[in-house]
Ligand binder design. Structure first.
Ligand code: GLU
Length: 476
């Protein structure tokens, strides 16, 4: 269980930050300016529910305003506290800088167990929280743009967007006040899958470089790699699904709140997800071995471990026992600073959270741009692109006739080539590009500096460097 020497989440983030800045030559004043959280607003508000007034506590923390708006999700969980919200806001600053999403870092949270409330009650609570934040410009298209996080999703974002619009009836950009909205309320295709998709793209990029694989003692490709995923929520589910269905990886273990499932020949990710939806947990799933203490699966033999739920799940109590040579942090802060030291010493390669789960905010960035431009991506060029491709196909069809029997177009080529890119294809392409470029910037530092032996430090170096540049340019 939790060790007394274990730093808090925020301390962990600060320790990792300090390790990186020790390798930079930033003026101490600037270093401090970047590290500290600018402001945290705490709100307590009452909502009349079930004949009584119930008081809720919520936070919105702004870590850095070197770029505005600031960006970051809103979490609904009973464990939400100021320390956690501030740590998550700091991670947002570094994450956005690393993937070049033009935002500062922020995060919000509401202490609530959403399962205790009916949908109409949750709507009332969410709208009231949104009102409190919007009133202070902590929800605003050009100041502060929330998004989903643990315990929230499209539904909550739609309520928030509508609440903001009601309070700002003449704001033509009102929809850009929050991202992660449903498609019919100004959302974008591919946002729900984005974080999991980003994890997939990150791993694909890792497996493109033999030097990276060698660091983890791995070889080949993602095909056949054994994966254990902790948390089959939105992020874990999409990552596991895409990696198994599209890259040929084998998901041998899934850890959920009520236990773990193991099957050496691979689990059916959709099957397990469906089972959880029906039964509330993994217990009883037929095609796997069930264990009540699911956490033991974190210590099981596998090639890639994907913690995709809570922070601090790999800590001083279990880090030494983790056997996976490669960990990709799909969640925020799943490895504590102490565990990070142990794992680095063992040579475990960790693809850090600020990069690994940045797919969410990347597609949020696309959604925000879409809202501000008031047009769906691809709407202007898709058919024109298809028409030009049709010209090529017609030419090739002529050639086929001339060559009669000697040459023909390969099966499926025509359909694939003719299809112009719609919004989803463009979003995926933009996300893939973003994840590759950001990874390459970390990789360059990792391989070129003798004093950097892990990807997390490399990630911090890149992102702190960018934030510092931005402060310097502003004359601060
Ligand atoms: N909550 C997500 C994160 O931690 C998404 C943030 C966003 O899209 O702004 O990165």
């Amino acid at each position: 269980m939790k060790n007394r020497n274990e730093p808090s989440f925020r301390e962990s983030v600060d320790l990792m930050f300090n390790r990186a800045v020790a390798l930079m030559d930033l003026p101490p004043g600037l270093e401090e300016k970047i590290r500290v959280c600018n402001a945290t607003y705490t709100v307590r508000f009452g909502v009349r529910l079930r004949g009584d007034i119930k008081t809720f506590t919520g936070y919105r923390s702004v870590h850095s305003e070197h770029m505005e708006p600031v960006k970051g999700g809103i979490r609904f969980a009973p464990s939400v506290n100021q320390d956690e919200v501030e740590a998550l806001a700091a991670l947002m600053t570094y994450k956005c800088a690393l993937v070049e999403a033009p935002f500062g870092g922020s995060k919000g949270g509401l202490c609530i167990d959403p399962r205790e409330y009916e949908e109409y009650e949750l709507e009332q609570i969410t709208r009231r929280f949104a009102y409190e934040l919007a009133k202070r410009d902590l929800i605003h298209p050009s100041q502060n743009v929330p998004a989903p996080d643990m315990g929230t999703g499209e539904r909550e974002m739609a309520w928030i967007a509508d609440q903001y619009a009601r309070m700002n009836t003449t704001d033509i950009n009102a929809r850009a006040c929050v991202t992660g909205k449903p498609l019919n309320s100004g959302g974008i295709s591919g946002r729900v899958e984005a974080t999991g998709r980003g994890v997939q793209y990150a791993l694909q990029e890792f497996f493109r470089d033999k030097r990276d694989m060698a660091k983890a003692g791995l070889e080949g490709s993602l095909d056949g790699k054994r994966i254990i995923v902790q948390g089959l929520g939105n992020v874990g589910y999409h990552a596991a699904k895409f990696l198994s269905e599209e890259d040929g990886a084998r998901v041998i273990g899934i850890v959920e709140w009520d236990g773990g499932l193991f099957n050496a020949s691979g689990l059916d990710v959709d099957g397990v997800r469906h089972w959880i939806m029906q039964n509330g947990g993994v217990k009883g799933y037929p095609d796997a071995t069930y264990m009540e203490n699911g956490a033991v699966l974190l210590e099981e033999e596998c090639d890639i471990l994907i913690p995709a739920a809570l922070e601090g799940v790999i800590n001083l109590s279990n880090a030494a026992k983790v056997k996976a040579p490669l960990i990709i942090e799909a969640a925020n802060g799943p490895v504590t600073a102490g565990a990070d030291d142990i794992l680095r010493e063992k040579g475990t390669v960790i693809i850090p959270d600020m990069y690994a789960n940045a797919g969410g905010v990347t597609v949020s960035y696309f959604e925000w741009v879409k809202n501000l431009s008031h047009i769906r991506f691809g709407r202007m060029q898709r058919r024109q692109e298809e028409a030009r491709h049709q010209l090529v196909i017609d030419e090739l069809a002529n050639l086929e006739q001339v060559m009669a029997g000697q040459w023909e177009m390969s099966a499926g080529f025509k359909d694939k080539y003719l299809k112009g890119a719609g919004e989803l294809e463009l979003v995926r392409s933009g996300l893939d590009d973003t994840m590759r470029i950001a990874y390459q910037s970390m990789r360059d530092v990792w391989h070129s500096r003798d004093d950097v032996d892990d990807l997390r430090t490399a990630a911090y170096l890149v992102s702190i460097g960018k934030v510092a540049q931005s402060y310097r340019a502003k004359g601060l």
